[in-house]
Structure formats: C-alpha cells, structure tokens
Design a protein around this ligand. Structure first.
Ligand SMILES: [Zn+2]
Length: 392
C-alpha cells in the first residue's frame, strides 16, 4: 500500500487544532489512515506552510444563478434584489451552462467537497453529473397560491425525479435530492403542507429572516413585501397574518423528522432561535443555521447575529449563496469575512462550521468533514492569509 503523508504548520482535524509535529496519513484512494507523531511517520512527508483542513462544505449555493456574476449591484436591500433576480434569470442557455461549469470548477479548486445547492430547474444536472463534488440538490419550490399548490408541486417533483434518476444511472455521482420551500414570503400554507408530506426524514433548507420585512409580513400583513407581491400581480399578501415572526409561523409546518437548514437568519431574534431548537427537539431530526455573510453584506450590509447563535449553542454552518449576491464562491472567503467582522470568534470554531458541522447538516459526515480513520474528506490548505487551495 502506498501511503501519502502530509504535514503543515497546523493540522485542523474537523474538531480542533493539533499540536505541531503531527503527520496526517492517507491511503492511495485518499482515505484517512491515521494521524501520528512525526517521529513515527517515516519518510516522504509533504510539508506545507499554513493549516491543512478537511475539505470545506458549502451548505448553501445556487449554482444555476452563476451567470448573474457582477450583474446585480450590491446594497440594494432584499426586495429590489429579488426583483432583479426575477428579471435577470433568463439568459442565453449556453452562457448559463458555461458560467455553471466555471463556478463548479472554482468551488472545487477552493477545496469545497460538498454543496447544498438550490435548484429551481434541472439546468445544473449536466455539470453535476461529471463533478467531483458531492451534491445535495434542494429542489426549491415557489408557490404562493393554495389553489395551485398540488399542480405546482407535481412540476417540482418532476425536476426532483430527474435528479434522482441521474443519481441511479450515473456512476460516480453522489447526489442526495429533496424538495424544499424557498422562503416564508413565497410559500402558501397548502404548499408548505404538501412539502411536509413529501419530505419525511429528508434534508430541507429554507431561506429565513433575511430581511426584517419577513416578520412584518406575518405579524401585521404589511411592509416591503407588499411591493414585491404587487410587482407579481397580487394586490395583497397571500399569507395569513399570524401575529408571530415568520419563523414561528412557518417552521411548525414541518413535523416529519426532517433535518432543517435555515439559511441567512440575518434578522433572527434570540427567542426565535430558542423556539426553533425546541420545535426541532420534538418534531425534527436536526436544525442548522447557515450563515452566508458575504451575501448579507452584499444585499443588506448587515451581519447575522452570530453571537446570539453561539450563546444558544445553535449548530452553525456556512454557505456562499449565489453569484447574484457574492463576489466569489469560496468558503475560505466567508471565513475571512467572519474573521474581519468578528475577530473575537476563535478560528477553530469557524473551521468547525466549515467542515464537520456542514458535513452533519448535509448528512455527509460518514465520509466528509473530519480527518477520522476511514473517511475520505479531501484536504484543503489555508495559507497565512486564509486563502484556500485544494491539495487532495
Ligand atoms: Zn439563497
């Protein structure tokens, strides 16, 4: 057996930094054999400057929006941003496919090994079918009308079936695919019900509290989203006024042991974090809070309440969101931004979010997320400026 041996200034295992003087040993397929003291490692050790980590997990992306790179101006606020996305979606097919290919390659070179990817269509299938990255395809439902809910869900199920069929027919692809709701401001009650009934035990992501207007919509039926609905031809909010926050109004639709990934959480209050964890204990198999800090700064110029999430021991994971609201698709860049904005958070913790926590959220921790014996997590090198490079 040919072993491959790696040493760096620091090894991050997925959980912690090891003392200097350790060597990571992989077999020829890239599976972790063990981590040993340097004196027991023998020769032919590759040495690097910086930190070596398990491959990164990007828990939230929209690969199919990659052609919107540099299209939508930053700092518009959420509602004008959404209208820009709706109007800019349709471009020349070959241009869209080309930008998807480039974005997939970029993520691979940045050391990303698994992606939770939002799909409104099947356009990313071609690229994903020959990708080295593992894909959790979140087939994202948009559906504001109760009377059209079932017909609408059938449409999205046909996209889901295309991904499921590809996973069975193509060798080497690693897909997990499920239906997910877009956001509290785009899903009617019956649509939520239909998604809940179809996702028992699945992983379900939902954009949540990206903007304070989401709460206002459910608490009072007013606010910025009314303008968004008007643009779509609706005269008023299609959703019930519950008097509660959007998260409290919508999360209870899920009660079939799904694993839920809440994305953004930029305006999530502490009581909502507590509520979500309580709901998860009774009805879900897990709840994860995904941070996409570069996208939050791009759209709203605002950081999510990381301190509150940490205080309440929330399971934090990281995502890049899409090229409609980011300058690059790089988990290392998300880490650098968190370091810059909140320097008190230890790097070890942020690296856990980027590796083992993300792997758990995507149910990939049997293979990815840490340097534990038998796993095949890939290796990413972070240099002293926290720039990433895939090395395995
Ligand atoms: Zn998103």
């Amino acid at each position: 057996m040919n072993y491959r041996k790696f040493q760096a200034d620091k090894i991050f295992t997925g959980f912690e930094f090891l003392d200097p003087g350790h060597v990571l040993i992989l077999d020829e397929e890239g599976k972790v054999v063990e981590i040993v003291p340097e004196m027991d490692a023998g020769d032919e050790i590759k040495r690097y400057r910086g930190i070596i980590c398990p491959g990164f997990i990007n828990t939230h992306c929209h690969l199919e929006l990659s052609h919107l790179k540099n299209t939508i101006p930053p700092h518009t606020g959420l509602v004008p941003f959404l209208l820009e996305v709706v109007t800019n979606r349709n471009h020349d097919q070959s241009l869209i496919l080309d930008s998807i290919e480039k974005a997939e390659k970029e993520m691979e070179l940045e050391g990303i090994v698994a992606v939770g990817d939002i799909c409104n269509t099947g356009i990313t299938l071609q690229t994903k079918s020959k990708s080295k990255i593992k894909w959790n395809n979140f087939i994202e439902v948009l559906g504001m009308r109760d009377d059209k809910a079932e017909a609408n869900l059938l449409h999205y199920e046909s996209i889901l079936n295309a991904f499921t069929a590809a996973a069975t027919n193509l060798e080497g692809v690693s897909f997990k695919s499920s239906l997910v709701p877009h956001a509290p401001y785009s899903i009617s009650n019956k649509t939520f019900e239909g998604i809940n009934n179809r996702t028992g035990g699945d992983i379900v992501s939902m954009h949540s509290q990206e903007n304070p207007a989401e709460d206002e919509l459910y608490k009072k039926g007013t606010g910025d989203f009314i303008q968004f609905f008007n643009q779509l031809g609706l005269t008023e909010s299609p959703f019930p006024v519950t008097g509660k926050s959007s998260l409290r109004s919508c999360l209870p639709h899920f009660n079939k042991q799904q694993r839920i990934i809440l994305v953004h959480n930029t305006f999530t209050a502490e009581e909502d974090i507590v509520f979500a964890k309580e709901h998860a204990k009774k009805f879900l198999s897990g709840i994860h809070f995904c941070l996409c800090v570069n996208a939050n700064l791009y759209i709203e110029k605002r950081m999510p309440p990381i301190d509150l999430l940490m205080k309440n021991k929330a399971e934090i994971v990281l995502g890049t969101d899409s090229y409609s609201s980011n300058w690059q698709l790089s988990i290392a860049s998300e880490i650098r931004t968190i370091r810059k904005e909140m320097p008190a958070i230890p790097l070890q913790l942020i690296l856990q979010w980027a590796t083992i926590n993300g792997a758990r959220a995507l149910e990939r921790d049997d293979v990815l997320g840490s340097f534990e014996t038998g796993k095949k997590p890939g290796i990413v090198l972070l240099d002293n400026a926290l720039q990433a490079q895939k090395i395995v």
